[in-house]
Every structure is written in C-alpha cells, then in structure tokens.
Write a protein that binds this ligand. Structure first.
Ligand code: AMP
Ligand code: MG
Length: 344
C-alpha cells in the first residue's frame, strides 16, 4: 500500500540535518540520485530513501512485503502462522535465518527477549486491539508455555511443543532493514536511509560524505529527546508509548516481561539501541526495556557491539559512553544533565 508523503510527514521521526565529515578520495560514489517512497507494511509506515536506481527502490519494497508475508503472526498464509498452528513447519531460508538469530539473542539476553511470548501478547489484546487485563491465574497458565529453549530448529525445519507460539515482532523490522541494506550494498549503493516506523537504519553516509543525523523520539510527546549521528548503523527504539491501553488509571504496554507475562515495569519508558547489526539493535531495544536501567547498563558493559540511550519514568536521560560525541540532547533535555554510563 502506497501512502502520499504529505499525509505521513508528521509521523516520521528521522531528521536528516547536514553533517560535516568529508569523504576520502578513494571512495567512489556511483549513485547520487535520490529515489524515495513511503509504504505501509508490518503494521507501520515505512519511509525509504535510496541513492540508486528506481529498480532498487522497487526491489526494496518487494523484499519488505515478502518478509511481511513470511513473518506475520496474524496472516493465515505466513510461515510463522503455520508454525504456530501446526506445531511444525518447513521454513524458507529467510524465516529460518531470522528464527535462528532471534533464538541466539534470546539466549544472550538470558530470556529478557523471549520470542515465545506470543500467548501473553495475545491475552492482553495487543494483536487484535481488544485490550483486556488477564487475571493472575490466566497469566500463570500462559507462563507455562513461555520458554524459547523449547523451540526446535534444525536447518529449516522448526517445531514447537504443544501450546507454544512464537512472535518475531521484536526483531522483524531490524532484520528487514538489514536485509534491504545488504541487498542495496551488493548492488553498489553507498547511501540509503530506511525509516521503518521510527526504526532508522543507514547505509553508509550521505552522498556528500556527511553523517546522517537521526532524531530519537520523546516517549512523552512527538518531540525529540535528541539526535544521534550515524553512518552504517541502525537506531532502533522500543517504548511503552508505541502501543498501549489504559484501564482504571493504569497504563499497560506491549512490551511484556517474560517472567510475569505482564507488561514490563522496569522504570524505563524508552530504550534506543545504536548498532551496525539491525536485528541485534531491534532485539536489544525490547530486551533492555524489560531488564531495566541497572541490568541493561551491566549488560552493555559486558558487550561491545552496541550503544544505548535510556529514558526513565522519572524523566532522566542516560547515554552509553560511545555516544558522547555523536549524541545531542534536544527538546526538554536540551538544557538538562545527560548521565553518561561508563565501562569503568
Ligand atoms: P519492539 O517494538 O521491537 O520492542 O517489539 C515489541 C513487540 O515484540 C511486541 O508488540 C510483541 O509482539 C513482542 N514482544 C513483547 N515483549 C517481548 C519480549 N519480552 N520478547 C520478545 N518479544 C516481545
Ligand atoms: Mg525490538
């Protein structure tokens, strides 16, 4: 589905302001003409900007719609739907590859990311919009089927124990942007920016060699909390504000703690991950939201493949030290102290 740009402009969070780094003489820029489109896929608005050729933009859209058809939990023709309903499925290479990566990331986060969370996501009504608060008995029953170690994947053959269902919603967009950029890179593209519903992923720098500057949304409003300068990286955010409902004065959001089957209340309201690996950035934005600030900071200290930005319920902004030179606070944080998390 195509959307006219002017209607969705307000939804886009990526801002591209000019950067300053110069391209070296050895770099050859083959493509300088911008091709862009806005599509609706994976339940969100996607904005694609590719310095390349029209055929590449067409191929990028096809790739996205193709992955959506494979990975959707609600489309009765998807591979994930089949796996969930038949308990086993022969998967395409793409679905098997993502499932394998997702299981590794579940393990690395010690189950803060758990792709078998789907029965909980459904029980709270996040798949249909028929929101409800399940009682503790129902949640306890659901928890019996939440355990990613029960998923079996051998080559491209996947199987689930009775009652278990998977949901790749926490990683699908990061995997998708990575796949599109890999395809473009292989065709010689050196500049592209994808915004998949606020999850931004850049290929290279802008054609003039300057960095991409990406806005990070304020979970409290449609303003920015800051901008981060990137090259060849993804900036992926998980926030309670993305999908939620309120009942009796309590807000319930779509990021679920796999140890309770209830919305994660960790003291964080948004987590952004910056990494060259889009799938990892998407997985960790969800997982670190579940962990909460202290465990997330410890997890980052033990890692060397991402940086992070955290906003807490009590309105504090934290960045990891690798972002000190590339992050600029904006909006309500412009004149506030930004806490920098350090490795030692
Ligand atoms: P994201 O927007 O990337 O944080 O992904 C959130 C989506 O992932 C939710 O809408 C659920 O479908 C699913 N999800 C929620 N909590 C978890 C979790 N702890 N582990 C894995 N997937 C989750
Ligand atoms: Mg995610």
């Amino acid at each position: 589905m195509k959307i006219k740009r002017k209607y969705i402009a307000v939804l886009l969070v990526a801002t591209m302001l000019s950067g300053c780094a110069a391209r070296t003489a050895q770099d050859t820029v083959k493509y300088t003409e911008l091709y862009e489109s806005t599509i609706f896929a994976m339940d969100t608005v996607m904005d694609l900007q590719i310095y390349g050729e029209q055929s590449m933009l067409d191929e990028a859209e096809e790739l996205i719609f193709g992955l959506e058809r494979l990975l959707s939990v609600t489309n009765v023709n998807s591979e994930i739907y089949r796996l969930n309903h038949e308990g086993r499925a022969e998967l395409s290479d793409d679905t098997a590859k993502l499932l394998e990566q997702a299981l590794e990331l579940c393990e690395r986060t010690d189950g803060a990311l758990d792709i078998t969370i789907y029965p909980a996501v459904r029980a709270w009504g996040f798949t249909t919009g028929d929101y409800r608060v399940p009682d503790s008995g129902e949640l306890a029953e659901i928890l019996e089927n939440v355990d990613y170690t029960g998923v079996s994947l051998e080559g491209t053959s996947a199987a689930l124990p009775d009652g278990m269902e998977v949901d790749l919603g926490s990683v699908a967009k990061g995997y998708t942007s990575t796949s599109v950029l890999d395809m473009l890179r292989a065709k010689g593209v050196t500049s592209a920016l994808l915004n998949l519903g606020g999850n931004v992923h850049a290929l290279g720098s802008k054609p003039d060699g300057s960095v991409w500057r990406v806005g990070v949304r304020d979970p409290e409003s449609s303003e920015m909390i800051g901008a981060v300068e990137i090259r060849n990286e993804a900036v992926i955010t998980s926030g309670g504000y993305e999908r939620y409902f309120e009942q009796d004065g309590v807000t319930y959001w779509h990021i679920i703690d796999p140890s309770t089957a209830a919305p994660a209340r960790s003291g964080l309201v948004s987590v952004s991950i910056i990494s060259e690996n889009g799938t990892l950035a998407d997985a960790f934005s969800t997982a670190l939201f579940v962990m909460g600030l202290d465990d997330a900071a410890e997890f980052w200290r033990e890692s060397d493949d991402f940086e992070a930005i955290f906003v807490t319920e009590d309105d504090k902004l934290y960045i990891t030290e690798g972002l000190e030179d590339s992050f600029t606070p904006l909006g309500r944080f412009e004149d506030e102290r930004v806490e920098v998390l350090r490795r030692d």
